[in-house]
Every structure is written in C-alpha cells, then in structure tokens.
Design a binder for this molecule. Structure first.
Ligand SMILES: NC(=O)c1ccc[n+]([C@@H]2O[C@H](COP(=O)([O-])OP(=O)(O)OC[C@H]3O[C@@H](n4cnc5c(N)ncnc54)[C@H](OP(=O)(O)O)[C@@H]3O)[C@@H](O)[C@H]2O)c1
Length: 175
C-alpha cells in the first residue's frame, strides 16, 4: 500500500521545538483531523509516528482518536496503550498493514523529523500534505527538502489565525 506524509512547516522547513509544535493554529489541527480521519465506518485510516512525536501528544490525544495509531521505536519495552501498535521499523509496519489491507483505507506518516527524513524517499510515499506557514519560528527539528519528482497538485488560498498566515498544499509523486 502507498502512504502519504502530512506536515506543517515554516518558511525554513522548521517543524518543531523542544518536542512541541512551534505554533498553535487551530485551523491546522482541524485540517490534520479532516485529512487523516476516514469519516465512514467501513475502513480505518492509519497514522504512523516516531516515538518522540507520540510522546509529544497531549495525554488526552494518546492515541489519536478514530485512527489506528502505530508508533515506531527500537525500544521493545515501550509502554503503550493496548490499542496502539509498536513496530521496530517502517517496513515491518508496512508489511503488517499489507496483511490487514482489507480493513485499511489510507496510511499517513505524521512525523516527526526523523521519520519524515526516512520516509520521503520511500518508494511507497506517494503524496505530501503540507501546511505552509508563511513566517519563521525558532525550531530545532526540520522537514527535508521536497524531492523534485513531487509536483504541486493543490494550493489553497492564504488563511490567517492569530496573525499567522498559512496555506494548504498537496504534492503528488509524478513517477
Ligand atoms: N509540524 C509538524 O507537522 C510535526 C509533526 C509531527 C511532529 N512534529 C515535531 O517533531 C518533533 C519530533 O521529531 P523528532 O525527529 O525529534 O522525533 P520523531 O521522528 O517523532 O521520533 C524519533 C524516534 O522515533 C523512532 N523512530 C523513528 N524512525 C524510526 C524507524 N524507521 N524505525 C524505528 N524507530 C524509528 C526512534 O525511537 P527510539 O529512540 O525509541 O528507538 C526515534 O528516536 C517534535 O518537536 C514534534 O512536535 C512536528
């Protein structure tokens, strides 16, 4: 199965600081839910995240509701809620999902920096949903450069919240 990446990044491709998001944009959190949740009950969407991104989620959002949550970590004794799956590599997770593909609609990589860098060149990565924030924030974690074989297929109007301007962009792999 192919998968998509979803990310919010600033003008310098910054995505995080001190294991948190650098900004607070409610419209982006809504966009994230709208894209990653399958509203129909037939099949579930999957969100795959690195261990640090899992730890950055508020307890009330662990796991992210209405999605199958997968955490990647080399630690075998990581304590996770029973409905959250742990895998030691992306490919192990993708193989397990392939076996359950009748139950699954879409797969999203939701961060963070380490996982994005490992997945953006993966052959099964077919789409990137970007919230482009039109200013720069102090960041210690960054998104990789978008490979040349991804082409922009959608771009929203510029929106604004708390004086922060942003827009939603979708890239698709062209070959
Ligand atoms: N702006 C956004 O859209 C966005 C989205 C998500 C996260 N973030 C931000 O990104 C930051 C976190 O990113 P990060 O780069 O520090 O950490 P991360 O990618 O979330 O997690 C890194 C950890 O995940 C595990 N991991 C990652 N790839 C793996 C793989 N292929 N196989 C097995 N384990 C793997 C490892 O865990 P172990 O060390 O346990 O082995 C690794 O140390 C935070 O600031 C967060 O807020 C931003």
């Amino acid at each position: 199965m192919n998968f998509s990446i979803i990310v919010a990044l600033d003008q310098k491709r910054g995505i995080g600081i001190n294991n948190k998001l650098p900004w607070n944009i409610k419209a982006d959190l809504k966009h994230f839910s709208d894209i990653t949740i399958n509203p129909s009950n037939d099949k579930q969407n999957v969100v795959i995240m690195g261990r640090k991104t899992w730890e950055s989620l508020p307890q009330s959002r662990q796991p992210l509701p209405q999605r199958l949550n997968i955490v990647l970590s080399k630690q075998t004794d990581l304590s996770l809620p029973p409905n959250v799956l742990l895998y030691s590599s992306l490919n192990r997770a993708l193989i397990a999902l392939e076996e359950r593909k009748k139950e699954i609609k879409e797969i999203f990589i939701i961060g963070g920096g380490k996982l994005y860098a490992e997945t953006i060149y993966h052959p099964q990565c077919s789409k990137i949903y970007i919230t482009q924030i039109l200013q720069t924030f102090p960041c210690d974690t960054f998104f990789p450069e978008i490979p040349k074989n991804f082409k922009k297929i959608e771009e929203s109007e510029i929106q604004e919240e708390n004086k922060i301007k942003f827009r939603f962009i979708v890239y698709e792999k062209s070959n």
